[in-house]
Design a protein around this ligand. Sequence first.
Ligand code: ARG
Length: 581
Amino acid sequence: MSKINEYEKIINDIAKNKGYDSHITISTSNRRDLGEFQINDAMTLAKIYHKNPVDIAKDIKEELDKDNNFENINIAGAGFINVSISNGSLIKYINEIKSDINNNIDKMNPKNILLDYGGANVAKTLHVGHLRSANIGEALKRLAKTLGHNTISDVHLGDSGLQAGLVVLEIKNRYKDLPCFKENYNGEDFNLPITIEDLKDIYPTASQKSKEDENYLNEARQITYQIQNNDIVYTKIWEKVSTLSKRDIKNIYDRINTNFDLWEGEMDSFKYIKELFKYLESKNLIYESDGAIIMDVKEDTDDKEIPPLLLRKSDGAYLYATTDLATIYGRMKRFKLDEIWYTTDIRQELHFTQVFRGAYKSKIVDENTKLGFYGFGTMNGKDGKPFKTRSGGVMPLEMLINLIKDECKKRINRNIVEEEKVEETSELIAIAALKYADLLPFRATDYCFDPAKFSDLDGKTGPYLLYSTIRMKSLLNKADESNIKYNDYKIINNETDKEIVITLLTLPNVLKRAYDSKSINEIAEYIYKLTSIYNKFYSENKIITLENEDLRESWLVLTKVVYDTNMLLLNIMGIKCPEKM
Ligand code: ARG
């Protein structure tokens, strides 16, 4: 158990012994002069036990006074208890976590969680929305793992929509000589003479044509339908396009430290669709309406209209809802899952409400399995509208990364970073800048893209965190080189030292709240806070040259613990730290 929860348990045990059986929590106080922590539960207990809150506070204080973890206990106002943790107890705490930072984490009861994020679309360019999905989803996965859960991540590629027909149609027009387009094609394998660069042109061209030419659009629709229904020629081409496109998509995900256990897509759900429809039919849940097949998911208690799930269009084509429901059907068959988490743009919320309802109503998912939608807001430009390229198009993710990279490159200290490392280092800093800025606001909040601000070495930025963390590491390296040992934490020197320790103490609660809200923002705030206090400490003290060996040793241990904490949190955020910058 983490120390903070140990303290909380002691206090709860004390209260229980005094006859107050209700959960008491300790929270950090903003009146540090009165004590670092506060207990605010006396008022709640007063209502339960029909007693004066001040008397309850006194009862608890009496026992706390006897416990040498606590000191300076006083009662304020209507029954608030202010508490400080004794230096002796804090010193013990740092010694408990100094060699394994996991000792400062509370593991949860392990659950099996499948995370659906990323969601890139095959043959289309990744855009900033895909950045947010990948970045937030990846961090949530890493957080869940850190807290002890088992995770499966699935990129769930968009690969069954109209773009499939459009791309294949355009390929058909451009490469008439492919063996698969010959009369006597027998299904044998062939080479598709297309590069990623070609593909980057094929989709936009086809999409444009379909807007100008209705016949073209209809043909693309027809081909999409045929791909969905396993047409031997079109499906083969589409598979090849997918393979090529996936390689490109994976390169971009690699750049932003996002990795998936499963590289599946909407098309992988098609093998369940027949079975799914049969199942829904057997439960009388679907019916025909104007040639389409739909399922009602509205509930009596709805205060806004929840439209039915559209599972098959009148032309026979399947839709986004179909693939998502069939994907859930497949996942529940293949895995033993406690939860499935979806991280997409918040504008998809209604879609997921409908799909989740369909899944529960049909009992594809039982009530013990949680389907969670964790939507995110938009990255805007300075004009407050979704961030665009100069010409007003959707900003490709690669272009966005490169914009920040240029900013970061300007700021690299060339006296420290060797020429041949500049490229690699600016990449790491740029990714940190982008990812951190994206995790800093609450998940569902929109934010403004500002490359100069995100890349700044000062302020709440990724580069600031990297720079500071590297400096901690180099201090520890210096100690190692000078053969200075730092094994034990012995002295809390002053308020700054103590503030670092108290901040470390609260980490488990920050992680827990981030987990509960499925948003990394509190972690992003926390690492900034810890780093800033550490930097204050760093600028106030000359550590390596200090003569008081016990204090020097304590300071180095403290540095190591902060460094380990930062590395843990950067890793949760999917941010890598360069050696120098
Ligand atoms: N491909 C979709 C898009 O680009 C996102 C997929 C989200 N996941 C899901 N299971 N629907 O908007």
